[in-house]
Design a protein around this ligand. Structure first.
Ligand SMILES: Cc1ncc(COP(=O)(O)O)c(C=O)c1O
Length: 371
């Protein structure tokens, strides 16, 4: 693949972070690390779902009703911690237009927790509805897996914030959990060694693929990755992070990450390669938004992915349908699940690769394979 695929393990030694001109999450002028932007009560966890679960455990004694209102368009890994913490689930639909929640006000008396989540860096939701929920005593839990580096990624009214940095950089353990008033009451469990070993072995194999070592293959990377992920699905808990991951997060030049992702996103927009097989979900990049990917809709996604693949571009589908709802009851989410896909715009790439992505997206519209 020319563009896309796993990150390699990051270097835990600090690198220059020379793009302070780009807005950064909570404090645009802070010279500190990414974690400094998040507030005081931040805990590093083994993964995003471990972080979310640790927040729900913290809330458990207080939230005796345990009815969570979650997006119908979400990941199985988001739903699992709620189930494990004993929540009954209600879902809201999500509009394909800018992935905007379609909240139902009638449900406010019937829920105790609102789960909110930005998508691909962009947070588009009815702020008034969130205010009404908070006024009604509902706990706001925000998932920042997709909006971790966006200036509007955290709603000030959230009591708990959880997310995963694993989609943003090459890191063994990427969970972050924030309690925004008070302190977490329970300690985290130590990181689980077998999971970390699987993550490291995946990075090592990816490094061998990039170095062109004989016997190394993208298939093997994928096998190790999925074996480790499937195991995490069944054994996740309120696990903490490891030292290496904490070092990487603290040293990471996150302003560069924001700067490069925004630059790459803007570059593709400027090329306007869009067509019915590549319709941008977010056709504008507002100030302060740090995109995780460029997400698109395709009339025929299977075909679009095949053309991109022929061009050496690895596109990803977030997410496979989690199976917790009847798609007919959530037409917005059903459309999204069927048509959305994402291409990389991350900090590993520059204009050269983004030109290849643009060319491939254009070719997806004509159905042309790579020549
Ligand atoms: C929105 C969202 N939240 C949470 C998670 C869970 O993160 P992790 O895979 O690190 O447990 C994911 C993972 O894909 C996600 O997409």
């Amino acid at each position: 693949m020319r563009v896309g695929g796993m990150f390699c393990l990051e270097n835990p030694v600090g690198q220059a972070d020379g793009n302070a001109d780009e807005s950064s999450p909570q404090d645009p002028v802070s010279p500190g690390t990414y974690l400094d932007t998040l507030g005081e009560e931040v805990r590093l966890c083994m993964s995003g779902r471990c972080a979310l679960y640790s927040c729900l455990l913290d809330l458990q004694a207080e939230d005796t009703r345990r009815i969570a209102y979650l997006p119908a368009y979400t990941c199985e890994t988001v739903i699992a911690p709620y189930k494990k913490a004993g929540y009954t689930l209600r879902f809201y639909d999500v509009s394909p237009e800018a992935l905007t929640p379609r909240f139902d006000r009638n449900l406010i008396p019937h829920i105790s927790l609102l789960g909110l989540c930005g998508y691909y860096g962009f947070s588009s939701y009815d702020r008034d509805f969130v205010g009404e929920c908070v006024d009604a005593g509902i706990t706001l839990v925000q998932d920042i897996t997709h909006s971790a580096f966006s200036a509007d990624g955290i709603d000030n009214r959230a009591r708990y914030v959880a997310g995963s940095l694993r989609k943003w950089m090459g890191i063994p353990a990427g969970g972050i959990a924030l309690k925004r008033q008070g302190r977490f009451t329970r300690p985290l469990l130590p990181a689980e060694e077998e999971h970390l070993a699987g993550r490291i072995s995946c990075f090592e194999e990816q490094q061998r693929v990039i170095a062109g070592e004989s016997g190394a293959s993208e298939e093997r990377v994928s096998d190790i990755f999925w074996k480790t992920e499937m195991r995490l699905r069944s054994m996740f808990n309120a696990y903490g992070s490891d030292e290496l991951s904490a070092k990487i997060i603290r040293a990471y030049p996150y302003r560069n990450l924001i700067h490069l992702r925004r630059k790459n996103y803007r570059y593709i927009l400027s090329q306007n390669p869009f067509n019915p097989q590549a319709i941008p979900v977010f056709p504008q990049l507002a100030d302060g938004v740090c995109p995780s990917h460029l997400s698109l809709y395709a009339a025929n996604r299977k075909r679009a992915l095949a053309v991109l693949n022929d061009h050496g571009i690895k596109a990803t589908v977030y997410w496979p349908f989690h199976g917790e709802i009847s798609p007919a009851d959530f037409p917005g989410a059903a459309y999204i699940y069927e048509h959305i896909y994402s291409v990389p715009v991350d900090q590993r790439y520059s204009e050269t690769e983004m030109a290849l992505v643009s060319e491939a997206l254009r070719a997806a519209g004509t159905g042309e394979s790579f020549s």
